[in-house]
Write a protein that binds this ligand. Structure first.
Ligand SMILES: Nc1nc2c(ncn2[C@@H]2O[C@H](COP(=O)(O)OP(=O)(O)OP(=O)(O)O)[C@@H](O)[C@H]2O)c(=O)[nH]1
Ligand SMILES: [Mg+2]
Ligand SMILES: [Zn+2]
Length: 297
């Protein structure tokens, strides 16, 4: 056992059981000593008892960023200390633009930059339809990158550089395949070990952190069909629709929620085409869902 205090980064967590990459590069199976310690992928951990491929997590560093979803009953932190959210959709299967908005709202509220990736553009006959569905997301300032991630990740590399990116998206969008394309051989082992800890399923069931090179890290996450935003107030959700801000100051009511209020400048902007009507529609749907749930309690 080494006497010097060691630390590392959690690359996968299953309750208190984790896989940690120690700062010297060694992969360790590490268990949190304290029941209240809930490590998540990306956490910095202080380790003790390092030896034989095992360690104990004594404490976690404060998180610089947290990416989480919440229902009324619980908040699930997907990853800590990420610096960017990459939202993956694909030409096939079809994707939910509402879910994309939910990811964007979460990213904006976590203070994280986001980018959009249309994957599987090798399915050429399906590309136009997908691009059409992405129309409401153009001109918002989020980069939109087209990719056939299973074959070539090149178009994305420059955006991943100097970031720890979290890959978000529905099941089947090609997140794990993209990571396989990006990864050096050695990193595939992490997938194997954590799959073993995670009972061997094919689809991703827990977030996993991978190191592409010294300055590029990427977190694979399980596909979700829903992404709850229960922790957010209406104005937080509105803040996640960044194009609203330029108009919101001209609403008749200072506390306008852009739902049914008269004299809503965001509604006027949608009417005139200054913002995309679909985005306003999705905003209202998300507010309705999140806040109807809350009053049903
Ligand atoms: N045509 C095409 N198919 C792809 C591409 N990337 C992934 N696929 C296929 O899409 C399917 C799903 O890929 P995954 O990488 O497992 O998707 P995922 O997003 O990780 O799914 P979950 O782990 O369930 O969230 C697989 O059958 C892949 O072969 C691509 O660039 N082009
Ligand atoms: Mg996967
Ligand atoms: Zn308004």
């Amino acid at each position: 056992m080494s006497a010097a205090p060691a630390s590392g980064t959690v690359v996968a967590a299953f309750g208190r059981e984790t896989l940690v990459r120690a700062d010297d590069g060694e992969l360790l199976q590490a268990t949190a000593r304290n029941r209240r310690t809930q490590p998540v992928c990306g956490d910095r951990a202080l380790l003790s008892g390092v030896g034989g491929g095992r360690a104990v997590i004594e404490a976690l560093d404060p998180r610089r960023s947290v990416f989480s979803r919440s229902s009324q009953h619980r908040t699930k932190v997907l990853a800590a200390n990420i610096t960017q959210v990459v939202i993956l959709v694909a030409c096939e299967p079809s994707f939910s633009d509402e879910l994309m908005c939910r990811f964007l709202v979460a990213a904006e509220n976590a203070g994280l930059p986001a980018l959009l990736v249309l994957n599987k553009v090798d399915l050429a006959d399906l590309r136009d339809r997908a691009l059409e569905a992405l129309e409401p997301f153009r001109g918002l300032g989020y980069p939109l990158i087209e990719l056939a991630g299973m074959r070539d990740a090149q178009p994305l590399l420059a955006y991943l550089h100097r970031h720890r990116s979290l890959l978000a998206g529905q099941s089947g969008m090609g997140k794990s395949s993209l990571i396989k394309t990006l990864l050096p051989e050695a990193e595939v082992r992490i997938g194997e070990i954590s799959r073993f800890l995670d009972s061997g399923r094919q689809s991703t069931t827990a977030a996993r952190l991978y190191v592409v090179d010294e300055t590029t890290e990427i977190v694979d996450t399980p596909g979700v069909s829903d992404f709850g935003l229960a922790g957010l107030e209406v104005q937080d959700i509105a803040a996640g629709f960044r194009e609203f801000a330029a108009h919101a100051g001209r609403c008749r009511f200072q506390d306008c929620r852009h739902l049914v209020e008269p004299g809503c400048a965001v509604q006027q902007a949608a009417d005139s085409g200054a913002i995309h009507a679909r985005r306003l529609q999705l905003y209202r749907r998300i507010v309705e869902q999140e806040h109807a749930q809350r009053t049903e309690r």
